[in-house]
Ligand binder design. Structure first.
Ligand code: SAH
Length: 418
């Protein structure tokens, strides 16, 4: 009986598209139908923001596999064998993820090669508990359009035995690799990357093309993981902004400058603010690479920066914000309220914090106009959402003594806001 069950289980797991989905925890939906689960993701996103508005739909991906251009594998061992993959959900046990269906295929193959090379080069995987071992993680970034590939070897110390031979063998097996970087992380931390980087081969970064522009991407800079869907996301965000050519646009949480640089040809000026130093530096280079001159970049906390803009009485016509999963801050949104841009386009990778922030925008007289979900993280529970908010003018502000539920305003009142 028990044996029968076991056989059935084995058969069932063979039929699954991904047999390690449960353990890995990355893809909640990988073993269900794509068309069905994108609808489910839209419904969940809509239920989270229903107090404020409704997403018009979800932009799905025609081939929702192997889209991830950033692949990070943690190295460990099991029965004295080297394994590489992700941490099992809520644990620090490594799940060997050989045939991941969402990661770029070349990146997965490179990780498998490095696993084999660890044996021939006698490289030990790092052990978090004892602090022994050398190789902690391998991070791979692929320029899906450019074809460039960066391999980052995260090691526990700087001394890389047989370094040149290692590079030669790795490049021999994968000539498509354009750069290799050693990153030293000697801290007891769950962060993948440490502070120090040594370029072992090539330029130390890759470039990729997005919405017709070229972007430099360094190991620690932010770049969306699904390039093709990102083009759709940014196009939607820029379309929502309805730019006429004479605006000053604030691109907040700007990463390597992508949205602002792409929108720059449609406005008078872009002001970009980003906290991460490496992303900020790449953004400046990206303006140069693309010969764009009307974007100013600031390396600062977005909230502190926008507070300064508001205090200085700067004129901002449109704000596009694209914060991390934790969302923006009440203070940032209050400063938007003081700057009074006509439109705000909120790009969000977390509908929960989006809903929280929409409540604050509502207090500052910004009303949900429309929104769209883009499936940038196919098969996982995550989505990107883009929402257009418009400023209710001060006249409305005084006359509308309605219970402050902006969503109940009639469309006539809504049009009066422009
Ligand atoms: N708009 C960019 C980046 C979005 S990701 C793109 O689409 O590529 C969010 C970005 O916010 C990251 O680059 C992160 O470094 C940055 N960030 C996080 N906290 C921040 C803060 N307090 N102030 C400014 N930028 C911040």
């Amino acid at each position: 009986m028990a044996e029968g069950n076991n056989k059935r289980n084995i058969k069932a797991s063979k039929e699954l598209k991904c047999a390690v989905a449960k353990k890995c925890g990355g893809c909640d939906y990988i073993n269900s139908s794509y068309n069905k689960h994108v609808k489910e993701k839209l419904a969940i996103a809509n239920s989270l923001i229903k107090k404020y508005g409704k997403f018009d739909g979800i932009v799905s991906m025609s081939n929702p596999y192997h889209y991830r251009n950033k692949v990070s594998a943690v190295f460990g061992f099991e029965n004295k064998k080297i394994i590489a993959g992700t941490y099992e959900k809520n644990t620090h046990r490594v799940v060997d993820t050989k045939n991941c269906l969402i990661e770029d295929k070349k990146a997965s193959a490179i990780i498998q090669t490095i696993k084999k090379m660890c044996i021939s080069f006698k490289i030990k995987a790092y052990d978090e508990d004892s602090g022994f071992g050398f190789l902690r993680h391998v991070l791979i970034r692929v320029g899906k359009k450019s074809g460039q590939i960066m391999v980052v070897l995260v090691t526990s110390n700087v001394i890389f035995q047989n370094k040149n031979a290692f590079i030669k063998v790795l490049r021999g097996e994968h000539p498509e690799i354009t750069t290799i970087v050693q990153n030293i992380n000697n801290k007891n931390t769950s962060m993948v990357l440490g502070d120090r980087e040594i370029v072992m081969y090539g330029k130390g970064y890759i470039t990729d093309e997005l919405c017709g522009l070229t972007f430099k991407i360094s190991p620690k800079s932010f770049y969306q993981v699904n390039r093709d869907q990102t083009e759709k996301l940014y196009s939607q965000a820029i379309e929502y902004a309805g730019l006429q050519g004479d605006e000053v646009l604030l691109d907040a949480y700007s990463g390597i400058g992508t949205i602002g640089l792409i929108a720059s040809k449609c406005v008078k000026e872009v002001i970009s603010v980003e906290l991460n130093k490496d992303s900020h530096k790449d953004a400046i280079t990206n303006a140069k690479i693309n010969n764009i001159k009307n974007v100013k970049f600031y390396n600062a906390d977005a909230t502190a920066f926008i507070n300064d803009l508001a205090a200085a009485g700067e004129k901002i016509d449109v704000v596009i914000l694209d914060p991390p999963r934790t969302g923006s801050t009440d203070e940032f949104i209050a400063a938007v309220g003081r700057l009074k841009p006509k439109k705000v386009v909120y790009v969000s990778c977390n509908p929960e914090t989006l809903a929280r922030d929409l409540e604050v925008f509502k207090k500052h007289r910004y009303r949900f106009e429309k929104g769209m979900v883009v499936d940038c993280f196919c098969h996982t529970r995550h989505v990107e959402g883009v929402v257009l908010l418009s400023k209710l003018d001060s006249k409305n502000h005084i006359s509308v003594e309605l219970p402050m539920n902006d969503m109940d305003l009639t469309s006539a009142e809504s049009k009066a806001t422009y």
